[in-house]
Ligand binder design. Structure first.
Ligand SMILES: [Zn+2]
Length: 58
Protein backbone atom coordinates (compact mmCIF):
# COMPACT_ATOMS: atom_id res chain seq x y z
CA UNK A 1 0.00 0.00 0.00
CA UNK A 2 2.79 2.42 0.84
CA UNK A 3 4.58 1.41 -2.33
CA UNK A 4 1.42 2.04 -4.37
CA UNK A 5 1.10 5.52 -2.87
CA UNK A 6 4.76 6.16 -3.55
CA UNK A 7 4.42 5.14 -7.19
CA UNK A 8 1.30 7.24 -7.59
CA UNK A 9 3.11 10.33 -6.31
CA UNK A 10 6.13 9.57 -8.48
CA UNK A 11 8.42 9.58 -5.46
CA UNK A 12 7.55 13.20 -4.64
CA UNK A 13 6.87 14.23 -1.06
CA UNK A 14 3.32 15.59 -0.83
CA UNK A 15 4.38 18.37 1.47
CA UNK A 16 7.73 19.75 0.35
CA UNK A 17 7.52 18.61 -3.29
CA UNK A 18 10.99 17.09 -3.39
CA UNK A 19 11.81 13.62 -4.71
CA UNK A 20 12.89 10.96 -2.23
CA UNK A 21 13.79 7.29 -2.27
CA UNK A 22 11.05 4.96 -1.06
CA UNK A 23 13.16 4.03 1.94
CA UNK A 24 13.38 7.68 2.98
CA UNK A 25 9.64 8.21 3.02
CA UNK A 26 6.96 7.26 5.49
CA UNK A 27 3.28 6.60 5.06
CA UNK A 28 0.88 9.20 6.37
CA UNK A 29 -2.88 9.11 6.77
CA UNK A 30 -4.47 12.09 5.05
CA UNK A 31 -7.38 11.85 7.47
CA UNK A 32 -6.24 10.68 10.92
CA UNK A 33 -7.81 7.57 12.39
CA UNK A 34 -9.11 9.70 15.22
CA UNK A 35 -11.22 11.63 12.73
CA UNK A 36 -12.62 8.60 10.94
CA UNK A 37 -9.90 8.07 8.34
CA UNK A 38 -9.65 4.63 6.82
CA UNK A 39 -6.58 2.54 6.26
CA UNK A 40 -6.70 2.35 2.48
CA UNK A 41 -4.78 3.70 -0.48
CA UNK A 42 -7.10 6.69 -0.94
CA UNK A 43 -6.28 7.88 2.56
CA UNK A 44 -2.56 7.20 2.31
CA UNK A 45 0.10 9.64 1.21
CA UNK A 46 3.84 9.49 1.40
CA UNK A 47 5.86 12.18 3.16
CA UNK A 48 9.60 12.40 3.63
CA UNK A 49 10.74 11.75 7.19
CA UNK A 50 11.33 15.43 7.96
CA UNK A 51 7.82 16.45 6.86
CA UNK A 52 6.19 13.51 8.60
CA UNK A 53 7.94 14.35 11.83
CA UNK A 54 6.99 18.00 11.51
CA UNK A 55 3.34 17.11 11.00
CA UNK A 56 3.35 14.72 13.94
CA UNK A 57 4.84 17.38 16.16
CA UNK A 58 1.96 19.81 15.68
ZN1 LIG B 1 8.88 16.46 2.56
Amino acid sequence: MKRAAYEKQGGICKKCGKPFAFEDMEGDHTIPWSRGGKTDAANCQMLCRACNREKAGK
